[in-house]
Design a protein around this ligand. Sequence first.
Ligand SMILES: [Zn+2]
Length: 72
Amino acid sequence: MSDLKCCPFCGARGQIISEAGDPFDDIGRFYFVRCLGCRAQSGAKYASNSNDCPNFYEEVRQEWNQRNEGAT
Ligand SMILES: [Zn+2]
């Protein structure tokens, strides 16, 4: 597991969020990292309920850390 880096914009901590994809029909969840300061977000990964796996946390963590490098 890699650690979350600080926000590239404001330097605050990031937090991994999992959010229901559809609150009326719970068929899956979005995973993404959101800055606790300026609320910048990483790209989101979608996981169906049958595919709810810790790997998604690692994927969004890596995506957030890549943003921190200013690659895109
Ligand atoms: Zn921020």
